[in-house]
Design a protein around this ligand. Sequence first.
Ligand code: KG4
Ligand code: ZN
Length: 385
Amino acid sequence: MKILAIDTSCDDTCISILNIKNQKLKIRSVQFKILSNIVSSQVKIHQKYGGVYPSLAKREHQRNLPIVLKKALKEAGFEIFNFTTPLPPPSRLQRAPSFSIFKQIPKSKIPNINFIAVTIGPGLDPCLWTGVNFAKDLAKKWELPIIPVNHIEAHILANFLETRNKRQEIRNLFPAICLVVSGGHTQLILMKKIGDYKIIGETRDDAAGECFDKTARILGLPYPGGPAIATEAEKLLTTHYKLQTKLPRPMLNSKDYDFSFSGLKTAVLYQYKKSKIKNKKYKREMAREIQQAIIDVLIKKTIKAAKNYKARTILLGGGVAANKELRKQFQQKIVKELPNTCYLLPETCFCTDNAAMVGIAGYFNRNKATKNLEKIKAVANLRIY
Ligand code: KG4
Ligand code: ZN
């Protein structure tokens, strides 16, 4: 079975093609072969704004999608048909052209693909619709069913893309506590099986990734802030550093599983404004302290949830899960406090947005596949139950 997956939920235009083998056998033996996984990043475009500018992102998706599709098909070994790619509208206020490129594809050139999976939410509304409309045009032309995919579930299921995790007997992993940490979300999710999720805690204001992005901006570091802060923090060679004030760890000891990161951002802003010295060393110390404050809260709440729900697995997902220190410190804490708990985390390239994770989520949701395209709609605030 081949699935073509699309994600345009934020500022990356992603298309991937997966080949899924042995799907009639037990889940454990399902093989997910990634034939192609193209991510076209818009980072450079959004960098000057210090964050994602939705209408600009939408226009870039419209421009990139046909190009990314061509690349994904080529890399997956499909014959490439020649189509001219439409130019984006000259102004972001103008209506975009429909994806008329598909009219140019002769029927004989339709690739051997069984399903189209597309992220319908959560994400930025104009960006999501661009991907959904593109998927619909493609589905019409190729007469294929569409599987709607939840982006958060895709971040979770990215864990099952990899060979080392595939060796696990999947059903032995549950209940699992999933920490999804991205630019738009910070959620602790109780997962009883694939498809059965319950949010047990989430951020009340900014997401962890958003906190990285906003505090990086305060320090004059580039967007996206997560990798920029991690790089600065790593440059601080000593582990002994002294800041005027230790940054807060918001809600570290609250009884629930919720998070709050806007107070941390405000504390960084005040401290940065107050500080007379703003040299490289100071910025590195701040970067280290910001990263550690975020890590402390994420680890403490996740471990607490894993203990209380007697989780057999702790599973990470989302862009912030690419953070090296977070990955390492989680490992150390789990070994120390929950040695019998399995620890799953996707390869770094599958933490940040990609469509391979949408393909695997599509596979596990293939019962939702439909040719009634009217039913497929973007839902910006979609929840994972
Ligand atoms: O999952 P993702 O690619 O997109 C969303 O769904 O939001 O996550 C993007 C977020 C950004 O806020 C970015 O700063 C953060 O993930 N991020 C990181 C790292 N790489 C990306 N945060 C900390 N450390 C990293 N290495
Ligand atoms: Zn994401």
